[in-house]
Design a binder for this molecule. Structure first.
Ligand code: FEO
Length: 399
């Protein structure tokens, strides 16, 4: 019933796949599901690292039991208290009442608050070690990657980093958990979307955590979501470094538009033509009414250029564009080349407000924002085209 392949000698993957949930944190779409990872180390002290969402506790406990064969767990390392990982702590504690929970002061405050557990605790601080027998774990605090209590554990002999949410991704683990044994193509976009939505606000804390990790010789990364990274470990660290510095991955432009009756969409076509006319190949257009904000946000992390189009709606910006602006501002995305356009019927407001968004974000405004009244005629189409050209030229100047 359970693949007993190990990550290293006597280190087992005991995570589970969630193929049922539609929305992560009840708002982020999960087209490819998600995995909640947990790891079991058999040593003189039997040690479990993180748990899984309570909805899959039965599958999880059975997997653990298949390895333990009646033995008890000595330590539960809680790297992160969000319920997608901490959700099974209460049940584990019932089944293995003598286990000691290892965490930091902030972990224990949450542990008490969620489960009323405040005994048999082993508190660790930055740099503390815990001997399991042959193996030793060293703990490093990683606050705000993604919650304040987050920490990571480093296993010294096989050089394994148990990294909590860091380097995690949406998407189930299908068949094998090790990156070298599966096609990882499907994860890269989903890893960025995960980062953008879950960790994206916390660029500076992520940079702090990466600096600590850089001092370690890490051969294997065991995150709480998605594959175990061995072959691709350097790539995932590089991606996290880039994203947490808000540096674009490649040349390109996202155009996100809202349109009630097609006029703002016509301007979108004009702007896109202008960009490609300058030789920029990556132009990604999103109709905010059709695509969930999380996917748009992910590509905004990917590309340097962003152009937003909105009709004027009740004297302001189209509601779904407002939602996108909120998500961008909330993540504090830096260093984007930006422009905007919009349309109105009797009194324009959206383009002016979108223009002011450049200042809100501290971004460079590229070209001249275009505001169109009613139908789009040749002159406005040309202005849209020229706006796209300006963005294309600006991007080329960075080559
Ligand atoms: Fe996967 Fe922040 O929990």
């Amino acid at each position: 019933m359970y693949n007993r392949k190990t990550i290293a000698d006597n280190i087992f993957y005991v995570g589970v796949n969630d193929r049922q949930k539609n929305l992560f944190e009840n708002y982020l779409p999960l087209p490819g599901g998600v995995a909640y990872n947990s790891y079991l180390i058999i040593d003189e002290k039997i040690t479990l690292i993180d748990t899984v969402d309570a909805s899959l506790a039965d599958v999880y406990l059975a997997k653990i039991e298949a390895v333990l064969q009646g033995r008890a767990i000595d330590y539960l390392i809680v790297n992160h208290m969000e319920p997608d990982h901490a959700g099974s702590i209460g049940l584990l504690k019932q089944k293995y009442p003598n286990l000691q929970i290892v965490g930091n002061r902030k972990t224990f405050d949450m542990l008490n608050g969620y489960f009323g557990i405040n005994t048999q605790l082993h508190e660790v601080k930055e740099g503390d070690t815990l001997s399991l027998g042959k193996r030793t774990l060293t703990f490093y605090m990683a606050p705000m990657v993604h919650w304040p209590e987050v920490m990571v554990a480093y296993e010294n002999s096989d050089k394994i980093l148990f990294s909590a949410d860091a380097f995690g991704t949406f998407g189930t683990v299908d068949g094998d958990y090790l990156d070298a044994c599966i096609n990882t193509d499907k994860y890269w976009d989903e890893m960025r979307r995960y980062y953008a939505c879950i960790v994206g606000k916390f660029g500076a804390p992520t940079q702090n955590a990466l600096k600590k990790i850089a001092t370690l010789d890490v051969q294997i990364i065991c995150s709480t979501h998605g594959p175990v990274w061995k072959q691709e470990r350097e790539k995932v660290v590089d991606l996290y470094d880039k994203w947490s510095r808000y540096e674009a991955e490649e040349e390109g432009v996202v155009i996100a538009f809202g349109s009630m009756y097609g006029h703002t969409q016509q301007l979108t076509e004009a702007v896109a033509e202008g960009i490609t006319a300058e030789g920029i190949k990556n132009v990604v257009i999103y109709n905010v009414s059709k695509t969930d904000t999380s996917f748009i946000l992910s590509d905004i992390f990917r590309y340097k250029g962003l152009i937003i189009g909105s009709p004027t709606y009740m004297g302001g910006i189209y509601p779904l564009i407002e939602q996108l602006l909120f998500s961008i501002e909330h993540r504090g995305i830096k260093n984007r080349l930006y422009s905007c356009f919009g349309s109105f019927t009797w009194a324009g407001a959206a383009t002016k407000q979108l223009t002011a968004f450049a200042q809100t974000m501290g971004w460079e405004l590229v070209g001249t924002p275009v505001e169109n009244k009613q139908a789009v005629f040749a002159q406005k189409y040309q202005e849209g085209f020229e706006l796209g050209q300006a963005m294309g030229q600006k991007l080329k100047s960075l080559r």
